[in-house]
Design a protein around this ligand. Structure first.
Ligand code: GLY
Ligand code: MN
Ligand code: MN
Length: 523
């Protein structure tokens, strides 16, 4: 090849090079042939999802906060892993919450709550006797990419959306039957978003960081209407409202978290049974991670977050997800793992267990301190008038007292608990509790007064997860405790009567119960 024959990027842009390995036939004869001879689609529409009515109530609650405004809640786009390989799709949690959809069928879908005008029934409903709270404020429409016909190129040639590549996607009628939402083709989204915006009659808010393309569309509309000022704050207020809407779970959500916790408990049993294999493997932590991951995929959508499988001193690294270490007899192994069920609700559970089934005296001492802290927090949660922040305070009172007893604090426990002290936090730098639901750290955009400073309320689900982390190079730790790390994490529900339930109580927590459980599972 002469120099002048060398292909240049101008001749074929890099973005088109992926097709250089394609040998897909392009003849008209092939196109005609592949479009023909397929069986008919099922006549029956899918049943309405058990989440549909709950999602409708959530949409109504959101709509009441933003009357007269268009609210845009994208599912998000597929994310490229490399070249033409995408990560498995998971919709934005706000989209899942407001549609009840939890599968991988919705890349590019967008839920829009269109404001109802007086002509649409917003006012007439109230006039008809409904309470103001029942007055519909919006019409929800799901803009969706339905499956293409078998006579299209998408059917056989589109590896992102095509039926022969990713399976049969629902039709508009099917997705509508499933969700109870009016469904429109995603191609009509742009016009629907723009309606009445240019003249400034309708304000649009979009969930931030869910779908860059939809955000850009909304930004353009705002710019055209001269409404760009304050847009970021306005979208942030929507994100905040969506987060706060999830602080109290409805009965459907509570059931889903229960299912996630039940599957997670099975995964922990699998881990105990796998320990002999983990000990025999040079990367025993990976054996544990893999065993739990298999259970998560068998029972649910997958993991709610990357599993932490940390043996010995690795457990002193709070987010140890590399999990490439050995697992040795005599060590503790800390496993923080949660199954995310198909509806996308997750559990978040930690157990710290002795690899050979028996705690040493030193391990038991640390374990008991953490357990006492968790129990104190749980007891506080069940008392009337408790604020979320009190859960942490209760656990810290126990840990500070125990660390003072062990001579590890520079003063008394009281001095340490003083905001100006806080010496005990050297050995537990993370928080004690967070809300749990569709996201492992759920409701993360809620205001402080709605989260940390809020009263516990029925329907809230949160973790209690104190720990003590004694690194092996920590000279302020008594020698016999160095290298030991313990966390115990449970998922807690506030019931209607204000009492609390430990949803993960099926997994043993006391040292004796842990030992008995391990002995039973290992025969
Ligand atoms: N697994 C993350 C957490 O416990 O918050
Ligand atoms: Mn947690
Ligand atoms: Mn956790």
């Amino acid at each position: 090849m002469t120099e002048s024959q060398t292909p240049t990027p101008e001749e074929q842009p890099l973005t088109e090079r992926g097709s250089n390995r394609s040998q897909r036939p392009t003849s008209q004869a092939f196109r005609t042939f592949i479009a023909d001879g397929w069986g008919s689609r099922p006549d029956a529409l899918p049943e309405r999802s058990p989440a549909a009515d709950h999602a409708a109530a959530r949409r109504a609650a959101l709509g009441r906060l933003f009357p007269g405004e268009r609210l845009v809640v994208p599912a998000g786009q597929l994310v490229t892993r490399n070249n033409d390989n995408d990560y498995r799709f998971r919709p934005h949690s706000a989209f899942a919450h407001l549609t009840g959809l939890g599968t991988d069928q919705e890349p590019d879908a967008v839920l829009v709550l269109h404001p109802l005008g007086e002509d649409d029934g917003a006012a007439t409903s109230a006039a008809g006797g409904a309470s103001p709270d029942d007055t519909p404020t919006h019409e929800a429409v799901l803009y969706f990419r339905p499956r293409a016909g078998r006579d299209t190129e998408e059917f056989y040639a589109d590896s992102r959306y095509g039926e022969l590549w990713v399976g049969v996607r629902p039709s508009l009628e099917e997705i509508s039957a499933l969700t109870g939402l009016r469904a429109e083709h995603v191609d009509s989204l742009a016009d629907a978003l723009a309606k009445d915006v240019g003249a400034g009659q309708v304000r649009v808010r979009v969930v931030p960081q869910a779908d860059a393309a939809v955000e850009a569309q909304v930004a353009t509309l705002r710019a055209q209407a001269g409404l760009s000022e304050g847009a970021a704050d306005s979208d942030a207020a929507l994100a905040e409202a969506l987060s706060e809407l999830r602080l109290r779970k409805d009965t459907y959500e509570i059931g889903e978290v229960r299912a996630a916790v039940a599957a997670t408990a099975k995964g922990f049993e699998d881990i105990v049974r796998s320990l002999p294999r983990a000990v025999d493997h040079p990367r025993g932590e990976r054996v544990i991670e893999g065993v739990f991951g298999a259970r998560a995929r068998e029972e649910g959508n997958g993991l709610g977050y990357d599993t932490i499988a940390a043996a010995g001193n690795h457990a002193n690294t709070l987010h140890w997800i590399r999990n490439d270490g050995a697992v040795r007899a005599g060590q503790l192994v800390l496993v923080d793992a949660g199954v995310e069920v198909d509806s996308l609700y997750t559990a978040d559970v930690t157990r710290t267990i002795p690899v050979d089934g028996t705690f040493t005296e030193a391990q038991r001492r640390v374990y008991q301190a953490v357990l006492d802290a968790a129990d104190a927090s749980f007891a506080r949660a069940g008392q009337p008038g408790v604020k979320f922040r009190d859960l942490h305070a209760a656990a810290m009172e126990v840990l500070a007292a125990r660390l003072a007893e062990w001579g590890m604090l520079p003063g008394t426990a009281e001095e340490s608990l003083d905001p100006e002290g806080q010496y005990h936090r050297r050995w537990m730098v993370h928080g004690t509790s967070h809300h749990l639901g569709l996201d492992v750290h759920d409701c993360a955009q809620a205001r402080r007064e709605m989260y940390l400073d809020a009263d516990l309320e029925p329907g809230m689900i949160f973790t209690i997860e104190p720990g003590l982390y004694f690194r092996e190079d920590d000279l302020k730790v008594p020698e016999e405790l160095r290298g030991i790390a313990v966390r115990i994490e449970d998922d807690i529900l506030v019931r209607e009567d204000g009492s609390v339930e430990n949803l993960s109580a099926a997994l043993p927590r006391t040292p004796d119960d842990v030992e008995a459980w391990m002995a039973r599972l290992r025969g």
